[in-house]
Design a protein around this ligand. Structure first.
Ligand code: GLU
Length: 415
């Protein structure tokens, strides 16, 4: 059976990398566990006058290369092990993207879809009141993730600024433009993924202008991926899905129209002139590019052998289990692993931090150009190692990332 605990998966992936690299056991021991975990209880006054106590976490995994960085998720199924895994992946993500940051992640167990705007604001501010002493522009910098958005980042930045007694825009990224956000952050995760797909297509000999694409997940990453696949490559998006269901149309979908439909009905399911499709059916479609852009553990040992796509571009964090990785590699499917493929988000977050420090803001074209450069370099650094060692792209990404973090730890005298 596939292992489903994301932190056990993250540790297993690291162990495999340590074995290939003959990693110093002291470095390995430090990198297997988070440096710091913060568990908080957040009392929130609900609209009906009752008081609810929410549970929240912030895990700061490793800061050898700089302040820790990573998003905050609001999700009913959030667990400490998910946040631990995600904080480890943030560490590898920042290292592989070659940005001077460590890794962290936050989470609150809640169901934002059933909360009012006021309740969400009070929860967001409550979270910051509980953790503010442990974060900061040169310490740990949160950002959006699953079910959190620029408005929530604005409230959080404001709350931190109140606690600190001065404006501190750089404490959080993914903010709206008028309060220290950067151009290009909205679609950065998807756009970064497109640059990686472009390079992978070249390596695999896939003609993107004729490619068929399926996207699982229609949130920030999934929607922009659909839009940009058409805009940048002229590819055909034949299937998309969300937590309520999926849709398939072999003639191709218009992502903006699907989004308008979702805005009204809260799901892509039942979009006109499409066949309904399950997640399992989506994985087995006859397509060139498969983009998991939702949650963890969707491609598993049980379904990996049905994948026909040439390239899997993981915009989600942790969508593929280790046993699925082995099957995909054996079947010649080129996987662009999560912490490489979705590094565009944190890369533009880093650009946002730089602009906040400088108080001088860049044009959009400059953000895109610098993002392209970072993603292209990261992709080829990983691809080179995968060829050198004859290993899959995920193991190669680990090797690149772990070597960089280990080098910083050694130079700092931690080991
Ligand atoms: N939540 C995003 C990720 O998983 C972005 C993190 C950030 O910008 O700090 O990469």
């Amino acid at each position: 059976m596939s292992e489903k605990n994301p932190f056990v998966i993250a540790q297993t992936q690291l162990d495999k990398c340590a074995e290939i690299l003959h990693l110093d056991p002291a470095v390995h021991a430090i990198l297997r566990v988070p440096r710091r975990e913060i568990h908080v209880s957040i009392p929130v006054r609900m609209d009906d006058g009752s008081l609810r106590v929410f549970q929240g976490f912030r895990v700061q995994y490793n800061d050898a290369k700089g302040p820790t960085k990573g998003g905050i998720r609001f999700h009913p199924d959030e667990t400490i092990d998910t946040v631990r895994a995600l904080s480890a992946w943030m560490t590898w993500k920042c290292a592989v993207a070659d940005i001077p940051l460590g890794g962290a992640k936050g989470g609150v167990i809640c169901d934002p879809k059933s909360m009012s705007v006021g309740e969400l604001e009070r929860l967001s501010r409550g979270y910051i009141q509980a953790v503010w002493q442990f974060i900061g522009p040169d310490r740990d910098v949160p950002a959006p993730d699953v079910y959190t958005n620029p408005q929530i980042m604005a409230w959080m930045m404001d709350e931190y600024s109140r606690c600190a007694g001065k404006n501190q825009f750089g404490v959080i990224t993914g903010k709206p433009l008028p309060v220290g956000g950067t151009l290009g952050r909205g679609d950065a995760t998807a756009r970064g993924g497109m640059f990686a797909i472009r390079e992978a297509a070249e390596v695999c000999g896939v003609d993107l202008s004729r490619a068929r694409v399926a996207i699982q997940g229609y949130g920030n990453a999934g929607f922009y991926a659909a839009k940009l696949c058409r805009e940048l490559f002229g590819a055909k998006v034949v299937a998309v899905s969300d937590s309520q269901g999926g849709i398939y149309n072999p003639d191709g979908l218009v992502p903006e129209t699907v989004q308008e439909f979702k805005d009204k009905t809260c799901s892509v399911a039942n979009f006109p002139r499409c066949e309904p499709i399950t997640n399992e059916e989506m994985l087995g479609l006859d397509i060139e590019i498969l983009i998991p852009a939702a949650l963890e553990n969707v491609i598993t040992g049980e379904n990996a052998s049905t994948v026909k796509a040439r390239i899997i571009a993981e915009l989600a964090n942790g969508p593929t289990t280790p046993d699925a990785d082995d099957i995909l590699f054996a079947n010649g499917v080129h996987v662009i692993p999560d912490f490489l493929c979705n590094a565009g988000g944190v890369t533009v977050s880093y650009f946002e931090m730089v602009q906040n420090f400088y108080m001088y803001y860049w044009e959009e074209a400059l953000v895109y150009e610098r993002l392209d450069k970072k993603m292209t370099l990261a992709y080829h650094a990983v691809h080179l190692v995968s060829k050198q060692y004859q290993i899959n792209m995920r193991q190669a990404a680990y090797i690149v990332a772990v070597q960089r973090v280990a080098e910083a730890m050694k130079l700092r005298g931690w080991v």
